[in-house]
Design a protein. Structure first.
Length: 504
């Protein structure tokens, strides 16, 4: 979420500055001046409450233009307050060529760092968490622009009503493998409500066509080109950013409850002995669901003609899994090798894996032993941790479902079992006085005898029942848990789930 808010606050700054250049008639060859030349403060709002702020600055240093964005907000996860903070920087030439970028995202005191530089026509990206680094190199797409390059293009296109165009934008929030297409349209004037009352403003729509689906951002600017307001949606949850002063931006926060608002009410219950469950997924909004649950060995999803999605999930029978064929060497190396998050080569992880798998006579028994070990090993089951690596979980023995998932995945890889994490929905018969709900969840999948099999350490289940819907899976190669969370952001708060059939 912090990644996306940082992206929006940068976008707001870009819109503001593009209008400012255009409306104030600054000569391109004389602008920008040396040093700090623009500064923007925005307050961030969710659920009609102020939850944080964003601060963006533009500076010129010789032939370079540098943009910095600091985003800070507070949310609650089932009553536990979590501070989410990011620092994003970019460096570009006066002509808009990309030189480099860096960023730090901190959730629950777990910093995730990303840094990139352009060298010889390539983008070299380094990710780091808990001192562990991974580096990748990608070909630079010459169509791609970042912040200052985008400003130059927007000024060139202008802001007249009816103006439409597409641009390819490099953003660390969406990965630097390739730029993300953005569709921009300038609308006419509208009356919007601000703290001071109704105000006339020009509306601009931007649609980012990311791997996670389409992300629409709406912005409004006044007749002088000042950005007044920006809105977007994190799934079904509206996020609003309003231009203000520095003093107003940083005061009077409240923590927005996020987890409880994402829970989905079911009409009916799922019995513990269910052999299969068929679900119907639909969007609360009229534009339908873009996210389609992944097909797997025990889950099949199909979009219907009316746009709804039917998902059938079967119970996993471990004795049947053991009869299958296949070996770990047939699985892609990214599911077998350690990475920044699933650091299976850590000495502490190796020691735990040896102890936990002792006595296992086959891969199913090994997976079950590892699952049982993690369930009991993580003793502080709380939401205080952000997104921790497996070795950090092994050290602290605390966390929620994501920490259980990465630790179990790492123990599996250390023991020779290919693994990945799954993110989606799980059925909860009861939760804080509520009955028959589904909540967003994360668990582990091991590849055993040719099939990907669910093991849920947080819920304490090895032969997992069908009350789970996997929306996305990941090896977590070259990405953090926030990346997979971002990939399923669209359904959060925007999803209706109906039980169509239960087989017992």
């Amino acid at each position: 979420m912090t990644d996306r808010l940082a992206s929006v606050s940068r976008w707001t700054g870009i819109l503001f500055f593009s209008f400012a250049i255009l409306t104030k008639g600054r000569a391109e060859e004389k602008y920008p001046p040396e040093g700090l030349f623009e500064e923007i403060w925005m307050e961030v709002r969710m659920f009609d409450a102020k939850v944080g702020y964003a601060h963006t600055t533009f500076e010129r240093h010789g032939s370079e233009v540098r943009l910095r964005t600091h985003t800070y907000m507070k949310i609650k996860r089932a009553g536990t307050e979590v501070i989410m903070e990011s620092h994003e920087n970019s460096r570009e030439t006066i002509d808009g060529e990309i030189l480099g970028f860096s960023g730090v995202v901190n959730m629950g005191a777990q910093p995730i760092r990303k840094e990139g530089v352009v060298k010889g026509g390539k983008v070299v990206v380094t990710n780091e968490q808990f001192g562990r680094k991974s580096t990748n190199s990608y070909e630079l797409d010459q169509r791609g622009v970042m912040n200052w390059g985008l400003i130059r293009l927007m000024v060139k296109k202008g802001f007249h009503k009816g103006t439409k165009y597409e641009v390819w934008v490099y953003s660390p929030d969406f990965g630097m493998e390739s730029p993300t297409k953005a569709s921009i349209e300038v609308h006419g004037e509208e009356t919007i409500k601000l703290h001071a009352g109704p105000t006339e403003a020009t509306k601009i729509t931007t649609v980012l066509h990311s791997n996670a689906g389409k992300i629409e951002t709406l912005s409004w600017v006044d007749k002088h080109g000042m950005a007044l307001k920006t809105t977007m949606h994190l799934g079904g949850f509206p996020i609003e950013m309003v231009k203000t002063s520095s003093g107003e931006a940083i005061k009077d926060f409240v923590s927005a409850e996020f987890f409880n608002k994402s829970l989905i009410k079911l009409e009916g219950k799922i019995p513990p002995d269910a052999k299969s469950v068929t679900y119907e997924l639909s969007a609360k909004k009229d534009d339908g669901l873009q996210t389609v649950p992944e097909d797997g060995d025990f889950q099949k999803a199909k979009r219907q003609e009316d746009g709804v999605i039917q998902v059938r999930v079967e119970r996993i029978k471990l004795d049947e899994v053991l009869k299958g064929k296949g070996n770990p060497g047939q699985v892609d190396p990214e599911y077998r090798l350690p990475n920044v998050m699933i650091d299976a080569n850590d000495p502490g992880i190796r020691a735990l894996a040896r102890a936990a798998s002792r006595g296992a006579k086959n891969p199913v028994q090994m997976a079950s032993n590892l699952r049982s070990f993690v369930t009991h090993y993580v003793t502080a089951k709380n939401l205080d941790v952000g997104f921790a690596t497996a070795s950090e979980v092994a050290r602290t023995r605390e966390g929620d479902c994501s920490e259980h998932a990465v630790l179990l995945a790492a123990l599996g890889r250390s023991s020779g079992l290919p693994s990945r994490v799954a993110a989606g929905l799980v059925y909860l018969p009861r939760y804080e006085g509520r009955k028959n709900i589904m909540g967003f969840h994360m668990w582990t999948q091991f590849h055993i005898r040719g099939k990907w099999v669910d093991f849920d350490a947080a819920m304490g289940e090895s032969e997992c029942a069908p009350p789970r819907i996997a929306l996305a899976t990941s090896s977590l190669k070259d990405e953090s848990l926030s990346s997979i969370a971002f990939s399923i952001a669209e359904p959060i708060g925007n999803l209706n789930v109906k039980i169509l059939a239960v087989k017992r």
